[in-house]
Design a binder for this molecule. Structure first.
Ligand SMILES: [Zn+2]
Ligand SMILES: [Zn+2]
Length: 382
């Protein structure tokens, strides 16, 4: 079923309305309400709300038994100030949809429109609007929600727009497609001193200044190499903004990134050994904490073939040269319960990168995304 011109106009308007009202991970209450209100006009069989936070799932079933297919999109925006003159720019100070999740939601609403007009011949389709993707918490929270058990799919699919490849083309491959990553917070504690007598204290200054390049130097290769690792120091803080005190504490944030979960374990061991040795060398106490833990995202070969067939049916060209992709995606968690795969839809070579303050989801991708997901549905469920 093709969307009409007025359908596409309505979906574009829905996307832009979402764009104006972004909410950060975990706070997507109004976004979830807007999605729920839009879905109510499409008469799904069931809508489950409050899933893993503000998540919601809409079910569209067919008249006979069959597989359950889940499509996932994301509700959350980013804590970044947008730079834009567009009429639909964010109205929330310091928060914006700079990853295109507004566009992904519009695609899902387009699929819901198709399904409401023509139900699958069998089985059921679950449209999951997932919270908190950007922090890596949302997929795990949805999967841990007791109500998810009744929604457990046989297949799970997602797409993410990808700036840097031609508009409307696709990137797809089986195996690892998004990296594992996690935030490492290192706290070093010594003893502060009068700035005139720094020798009476224990300063973390030498340790932290050594660790910034040393952690960075754990980086190796790129994603075409199974041993790929990347350490990005993202934040450092030492002592107080004062002139009379030699510092007694410091904090360092670094993002660790690898192609696979197995390789992440080795990189963590290296980072912990390095920071622990620096603390010992300088007489400091050390504490490590991990945040924003993403597993690597692995495309199942059968699910990847289903997406490839759907792309062919939708007339969308594909290659795999942009993959694996360095960023992380918590969609990989669905691989634990279903055959899962995600594809990447080109947002254009001139589009600013994701999370850039100038980024805006290209509306032209909405009908393309709907065509792909509808082709998957008809192939599997009729
Ligand atoms: Zn993002
Ligand atoms: Zn994203």
């Amino acid at each position: 079923m093709d969307l009409s011109t007025s359908d596409i106009a309505a979906l574009t308007s829905f996307r832009r309305t979402l764009h104006q009202s972004p909410e950060v991970s975990g706070n997507e209450e109004q976004t979830a309400k807007m999605v729920r209100d839009a879905l109510s006009a499409l008469s799904p069989d069931q809508v489950v709300t409050g899933l893993g936070g503000h998540g919601l799932a809409a079910c569209f079933g067919g008249p006979s038994p069959g597989s359950t297919i889940l499509f996932r999109c994301e509700l959350d925006a980013l804590p970044i100030q947008q730079i834009s003159d567009a009429a639909h720019r964010s109205r929330s100070e310091g928060v914006a949809h700079l990853c295109g999740h507004d566009g992904h939601m519009a695609i899902m609403m387009g699929l819901a429109t198709c399904l409401s007009r023509c139900r699958p011949a069998c089985g059921r389709v679950i449209l999951l609007f997932q919270p908190a993707e950007e922090t890596g918490a949302g997929a795990a929270a949805v999967l841990a929600d007791p109500r998810f058990e009744a929604l457990t799919p046989d297949f799970a699919f997602a797409l993410h727009n990808l700036p840097g490849i031609p508009l409307g083309t696709a990137a797809l491959k089986s195996g690892p497609v998004c990296c594992a990553s996690r935030g490492l917070e290192v706290t070093l504690t010594g003893t502060s001193a009068h700035a005139s007598q720094p020798e009476t204290g224990v300063s973390p200054m030498a340790a932290i200044s050594d660790l910034m390049p040393a952690l960075t130097n754990l980086s190796h290769g790129d994603t075409d190499d199974a041993g790929f690792s990347l350490v990005t120091v993202t934040h450092a803080n030492m002592g107080a903004p004062a002139f009379g005190i030699a510092p007694g504490n410091a904090t360092l944030f670094a993002t660790l990134r690898t192609l696979t979960d197995d390789r992440m374990k080795a990189l963590c061991d290296q980072a912990i050994a390095l920071t622990g040795q620096a603390a010992q060398d300088h007489g400091l106490e050390i504490d490590h904490r991990y945040h924003d833990i993403f597993r690597h995202c692995e495309n199942d070969p059968v699910a990847t073939d289903i997406l490839a067939t759907a792309l062919d049916r939708a007339g969308i060209s594909r290659d795999d040269t942009a993959l694996p992709w360095r960023p992380s995606e918590d969609f990989g968690r669905f691989g634990a319960v279903a055959k899962s795969a995600m594809l990447f839809l080109g947002a254009g070579v001139d589009q600013p990168p994701l999370h850039n303050p100038h980024y805006d989801f290209p509306d032209d991708l909405i009908p393309a995304g709907v065509r792909i997901f509808e082709a998957v549905t008809r192939d599997l469920l009729g």
